[in-house]
Design a protein around this ligand. Structure first.
Ligand SMILES: Nc1ncnc2c1ncn2[C@@H]1O[C@H](COP(=O)(O)OP(=O)(O)OP(=O)(O)O)[C@@H](O)[C@H]1O
Ligand SMILES: [Mg+2]
Length: 499
């Protein structure tokens, strides 16, 4: 039996390749960042060809650095930034436009048009999603509208659409496929049948010929056709947040995790029937193993958390690295009355306000950069509280068996002790971080390893999960309420900015 499983994690800011052993521990990592392109306010693009080159190079690097080859790797799993949209020529594999990234808001008018008289919930009962600039379908419509000749070429079968998983799979294996979790973020898939919804595709004027085949999250798709992993089967695909949920062993209804990366994403496993939120959460496919029934999740997506730290670093230049924010924030006792609401792409869950834009509220002559550093970190915790409250409200109104006794966390920002303590304080629940924090890649590795028998079942995943650090709440109820009231006032000041 081959010794390891590899995962490709193609994220919003970087591409990684991580090799895992049977205990789910990291054997080796290689990572490469790519450029974020901001051609206009509200627009965010990636160069898909650069992303593929980076992916190829991190695969090579991790193998070389650890003295590994195709013979050591039992299977490869792929996980990816979700919703980011690529259109390429079927014959050449050349993209016809930059990838439009999930944070991009250029489709704001288009989504209002698509909602028509029914409004933003027009497709919610079929897709689990409100109409929003966030999802792939409207981004694809935009490309077909704005690249000369694209609609005709798509109708003639000359173009392929894919989210980043499909783009990576095309380049690894030549196949044009996606998995149910990624397909569930397009607004074009029926959540119950797990097939493209012909009616929605027609209403979006999207030719079905350009869509990938929808497959399970864990099955052997095809062997890699070239490069150092030639011959190794690709056997798992999961959107990054679903992968992290799987990697965190949230395998039964009621189990949830929160990932702190570019944005924050909390997913709650709700079992094999989709639950539809009345409080601003999304319904999404969590994973599907082989031909077993799909497992669904409720999701609270927050657009801007870690990327606010990057903005603080790159756009304001107040710190030189993301880690530095903790020391600066720790140099003062509190936020000095300042609150930052990073509604850079409008507000996502649970408020869904495309008209919102960011504010810094509560400024006085007293406030300095250390207070702002605190406000940057605290905004992540407040936004998470809103999502947790929405999950509690849905659980109560729909009689789901969920009591949030601890919050499992992962992602880059969980290295920040000050933030994790404040998160626990604001939620008034313990926060726990596992030993392996690369849960996104780990989840994709599990999906692939399960498909080829490297792991024998999901019990192995549960057995591998181990807690590392736990933060206990210690804030008084009075302080908590004061903070939350001020935060809510600040959020109201973001509304009605974009007409
Ligand atoms: N110590 C820290 N304190 C606060 N924020 C941090 C810290 N370290 C990293 N971050 C933030 O966390 C984010 C990176 O987290 P992570 O590596 O999980 O994201 P990612 O997986 O690369 O994101 P993506 O998948 O979207 O590319 C960055 O936005 C960075 O600003
Ligand atoms: Mg990531």
């Amino acid at each position: 039996m081959r010794r390891y499983v590899a995962a490709i994690d193609q994220g919003t800011t970087s591409s990684r390749c991580i090799v895992f052993d049977r205990r789910g521990r990291v054997v080796g990592v290689a990572q490469r960042e790519h450029e974020q392109l901001f051609p206009r306010p509200g627009w965010v693009e990636h160069d898909a060809e650069t992303i593929w080159r980076n992916t190829e190079s991190v695969i090579g690097e991790v193998l070389e650095r650890n003295g590994l080859g195709a013979d050591d790797i039992a299977a490869v799993g792929v996980t990816n930034q979700r919703e980011t949209t690529v259109v390429w020529e079927r014959a050449t594999g050349k993209p016809i436009h930059h990838a439009i990234v999930w944070q991009d808001t250029r489709t704001d008018r288009l989504v209002t048009e698509l909602g028509g008289e029914a409004g933003p919930t027009r497709y919610q009962d079929r897709t689990g999603l409100p109409l929003s600039t966030y999802f792939a379908g409207p981004k694809l419509r935009w490309i077909l509208d704005h690249v000369p000749g694209a609609q005709e070429r798509a109708e003639a079968g000359e173009l392929c659409f894919g989210t980043i998983d499909s783009w990576v799979l095309r380049n690894l294996t030549g196949r044009h496929i996606t998995d149910v979790t990624n397909a569930s973020r397009t607004m074009l898939m029926d959540l119950r049948t797990l097939q493209w919804d012909s009616e929605i595709c027609a209403e979006f004027r999207i030719p079905e010929a350009m869509l990938p085949e929808i497959r399970s999250s864990s099955e052997v798709y095809r062997e890699i056709t070239s490069g150092p992993l030639r011959g190794v089967p690709v056997a798992g695909i999961l959107g990054d947040q679903q992968a992290a949920t799987f990697g965190q062993a949230c395998l039964i209804p009621g189990e949830a995790k929160n990932t702190y990366g570019t944005g924050n994403f909390m997913l709650l496993n709700t079992g094999t029937t989709p639950v539809f939120s009345k409080h601003g959460l999304l319904t999404t496919v969590c994973y599907r193993l082989g031909d077993q029934p799909a497992v669904y999740a409720l999701e609270g997506s927050i657009a801007v958390t870690g990327s606010l730290v990057q903005w603080f670093r790159d756009n304001l230049g107040i710190i030189d690295s993301a880690e530095e924010i903790e020391e600066l924030a720790s140099s003062v006792a509190d936020n000095g009355g300042a609150y930052i609401v990073p509604a850079f792409s409008g507000l996502f869950a649970p408020r869904w306000r495309p008209d919102a834009r960011g504010v810094i509220a509560g400024l006085t002559r007293f406030v300095n950069k250390a207070h702002l550093a605190r406000a940057v970190l605290e905004s992540t915790a407040f936004q998470t509280l809103e999502v947790v409250d929405a999950m509690r409200a849905d659980a109560e109104s729909q009689r789901l068996d969920l009591e949030l006794t601890t919050l499992k966390v992962d992602g880059g920002m969980t290295g920040n002790d000050l933030l994790m303590q404040f998160q626990s304080d604001i939620l008034d629940v313990p926060v726990v971080r596992p030993v392996v924090t690369e849960t996104t890649a780990l989840g994709a590795a599990y999906a692939a390893g399960l498909a080829v028998g490297y792991w024998s079942g999901t019990d192995d995943i549960r057995a591998n999960w181990a807690a590392d650090t736990t933060w206990q709440p210690s804030m008084s109820a009075e302080d908590r309420e004061e903070h939350i009231a001020a935060w809510n006032k600040a959020v109201e000041r973001t509304y009605n900015w974009v007409d």
